[in-house]
Design a protein around this ligand. Structure first.
Ligand SMILES: Cc1cc2nc3c(=O)[nH]c(=O)nc-3n(C[C@H](O)[C@H](O)[C@H](O)COP(=O)(O)O)c2cc1C
Length: 301
């Protein structure tokens, strides 16, 4: 396919065949001692370009701009397995905490754009890269988004207050509203009172930026792709001095009320998978802590 075009410079190619070995789709083969495109199944993953010692291959869909960062420089050299400190990596992972206390300092757009580029270094099913990122670069934008979410939960709470409706739905096998009432109604009611009263933001915790991670239609694993990009962003944000928090309430509201995503300019055909609140943290931890006991098992064949 034209969009997945691979160009091979036959003069540079020395026929080593490494590109043939790493290609996941069998798109390249050796012909008359040189690499040649012999199939139409390329997914533009870039393995052939990355492995070629002669720099003879270009995957045309790869946009160099996507790996040019504005706020830091990245070593372009590939890190082989085992050549990075596991200890440093895990310390970063364990030090990232959900931030629920942000300062009012805004986040530079260059940082937010770099975070998106870091997000998309994640793998994606069949390399579809169908993720989308909607950046809210200011507190004003976050607050007006929060208003839509608060309005949704206000309406949901009003519905959930109707005892007979809850019981009727439950009896007809639709226990969702009753489960919401039992699990969230009171918490949400208190948060909404604070939002409308003192302006305390229990939803986005006063964050000064946010990123919504969505997906264009047609991907094989849109949610998985988006959440992998999301974790990249969370870790990178921490390394850049930012606090972050996933806002599941916002995702839930957007999934139930399609008008919210239209109101903020996200096309209706896109799926919504994560909302990340971002900003400078107004909290300091003394140590990292662990997790609950995990369920782990082996299958030995
Ligand atoms: C899918 C998902 C949704 C979440 N939604 C919210 C949310 O709406 N509000 C919030 O304050 N924290 C939210 N969190 C943060 C979790 O509460 C947090 O990850 C968990 O308590 C572990 O703490 P840690 O992130 O600091 O390690 C969410 C986390 C995940 C993974």
């Amino acid at each position: 396919m034209e969009e997945n075009r691979i160009e091979i410079d036959r003069d540079l190619c020395d026929g080593c065949g490494l590109c043939v070995t790493v290609c996941p789709t069998g798109t390249i083969s050796l012909m008359e001692g040189k690499a040649a495109v012999s199939g139409e199944e390329s997914i533009s993953c870039g393995h052939c370009e990355a492995v070629c010692p002669q720099k003879a291959i270009r995957v045309m869909a790869i946009d160099e701009e996507m790996s040019r960062y504005k706020t830091f420089t990245m070593e372009k050299q590939w890190l082989p397995p085992g050549k990075y400190s596991t200890s440093v990596l895990v310390q970063l992972m364990a030090s990232r905490r959900s931030c629920r206390c942000f300062t009012n300092q805004s986040v530079d757009r260059a940082i937010l754009e770099d975070l998106v580029k870091i997000g998309i270094t994640a793998p994606s099913g069949t390399n579809s890269q169908s993720w989308t990122f909607t950046i809210m670069p200011t507190r004003k934008a976050v607050a007006s988004f929060a208003e839509y979410i608060a309005s949704y939960f206000g309406r949901l709470n009003t519905t959930a207050e109707k005892t007979m409706l809850r019981l009727f739905l439950k009896l007809t096998g639709k226990g969702e509203l009753d489960a919401y009432y039992r699990g969230y109604y009171r918490k949400v009611k208190k948060a909404l009172q604070e939002w409308h009263g003192s302006g305390k933001d229990r939803l986005f915790h006063g964050s000064t930026a946010a990123i919504i991670i969505g997906s264009r239609p047609g991907a094989s694993c849109p949610a998985e792709d988006a959440l992998l990009a999301t974790q990249n962003i969370l870790l990178a944000a921490h390394s850049m001095g930012l606090g972050s928090c996933l806002i599941g309430y916002a995702v839930a509201a957007m999934k139930k009320d399609a008008s919210i995503q239209q109101s903020i300019g996200i096309p209706s055909e896109e799926g919504i998978h994560a909302v990340i609140a971002l900003g400078y943290p107004d909290e300091v931890y003394q140590r990292v802590t662990g997790r609950k006991k995990v369920t782990q098992r082996y299958f030995e064949g």
